[in-house]
Design a protein around this ligand. Structure first.
Ligand code: GUN
Length: 287
C-alpha cells in the first residue's frame, strides 16, 4: 500500500483563502483583526516560527505587531507589555512564543495574557474549557491536525487513537480533541513500557515527540492514518519528522509529510483563532 499524502500546504491555502475573506469583511466593518507576537531570546527555530506567523497574518489581511526582547530581558518588561496589550482594544490576539528563557516562569507569563486574547489556547481557563468540552480557543497544532483528519474523512468514532508525546502544546490537547470526537485515546511518553504494542494497534497515530524518524513502518498498523507533528533538523540541514516517512508510507493509509504537513496548518489555525477573537469582539460577545 502507498499512503495518501495529506497535503498541509494545499489545505492551508484553501482555509487561508476563506480566512482572508472573513478578515476583509471584518475590516469593512471597522475592525481590523490584529495579532501581537512576543519573542524573547535568539532561539533560531523560534525566530523562524515568529517570522512565518507574521507573514501569514499579512497575507490574510490580519494586522500583526511583533515585540522582540533580548534573551536576558527582565520578566517585568514582558509582563508590562502583556498588560499593555491586554488593555489595547485594537489587539485581538496575544501570543508569547515558547520556549522562554529559563529565568522566566512560563506558566505565569501564559496566565498573564487575557484569556479572551489567548489565541494559543494555553491559558488555564482555556485549557479547562477544552477539557470540559466547551473550547474557546483550541491550541493551534492539534486544531490543525483535526482539520487534516477531517479533510481525508478519517473515521473518528470508536477509532483507536494513539498519541506519542504528552506536551501541553500538542499531546494533551490532542488527546482531549480526539476523545471529544469518540476516539479511544492512548497517550504514550518516555516512560511507556512497550511503545510498539500501542502504536501497532493505532487507527490514528499522532507523533509529537521531537525525535527524528523514531516511528518506523514496522510500528504502524496497515492502513492507519499517521500524523507527524515533529519538525527536526538533520545534520545535513534537511528537515524531517518524528516518523520515518520512507518506511511509513508503504504501510499507512494516509500520512502527513514533513515539511508541508502539520507545520503550515499550525499557523493557519492561529490565524483562525485570531479572526475568531476579533469576530467575538465585534459581536460584543466576550466569552
Ligand atoms: N512553540 C512551539 N509551538 C508553539 C505554539 O504553538 N505556540 C507558541 N506560543 N509557542 C510555541
Amino acid at each position: 500500500m502507498t499512503a495518501k499524502i495529506i497535503d498541509g500546504n494545499a489545505l492551508s491555502a484553501t482555509l487561508r483563502g476563506q480566512l482572508a475573506e472573513r478578515a476583509a469583511a471584518l475590516s469593512a466593518k471597522g475592525v481590523t483583526p490584529c495579532l501581537a507576537v512576543i519573542l524573547v531570546g535568539e532561539d533560531p527555530a523560534s525566530a523562524v516560527y515568529v517570522r512565518n506567523k507574521v507573514a501569514g497574518c499579512e497575507k490574510a489581511g490580519i494586522r500583526s505587531l511583533k515585540f522582540v526582547y533580548a534573551a536576558d530581558a527582565k520578566p517585568e518588561e514582558v509582563f508590562a507589555k502583556i498588560a499593555e496589550l491586554n488593555a489595547d482594544a485594537s489587539v485581538h490576539g496575544i501570543l508569547v512564543q515558547l520556549p522562554l528563557p529559563k529565568h522566566f516562569d512560563s506558566d505565569a507569563v501564559l496566565e498573564a495574557i487575557d484569556a479572551d486574547k489567548d489565541v494559543d489556547g494555553f491559558h488555564a481557563e482555556n485549557v479547562g474549557a477544552l477539557a470540559q468540552g466547551n473550547p474557546r480557543f483550541i491550541p493551534c497544532t492539534p486544531y490543525g491536525v483535526m482539520k487534516m483528519l477531517e479533510s481525508v474523512g478519517t473515521a473518528l468514532k470508536g477509532a483507536e487513537a494513539v498519541i506519542v508525546g504528552r506536551s501541553n502544546i500538542v499531546g494533551k490537547p490532542m488527546a482531549l480533541l480526539l476523545l471529544a470526537q469518540g476516539c479511544t485515546v492512548t497517550v504514550c511518553h518516555s516512560q511507556t513500557r512497550d511503545l510498539n504494542f500501542h502504536t501497532r494497534r493505532a487507527d490514528i497515530l499522532v507523533a509529537a515527540v521531537g525525535r527524528p524518524k523514531m516511528i518506523t513502518g514496522d510500528m504502524i498498523k496497515p492502513g492507519a492514518t499517521v500524523i507527524d507533528v515533529g519538525i527536526n533538523r538533520l545534520p545535513d540541514g534537511k528537515l524531517c519528522g518524528d516518523v520515518d516517512f520512507d518506511s511509513a508510507k508503504d504501510v499507512a493509509g494516509a500520512i502527513t509529510p514533513v515539511p508541508g504537513g502539520v507545520g503550515p496548518m499550525t499557523i493557519t489555525m492561529l490565524l483562525t483563532n485570531t479572526l475568531e477573537a476579533a469576530e467575538r469582539r465585534l459581536q460584543g460577545e466576550k466569552k
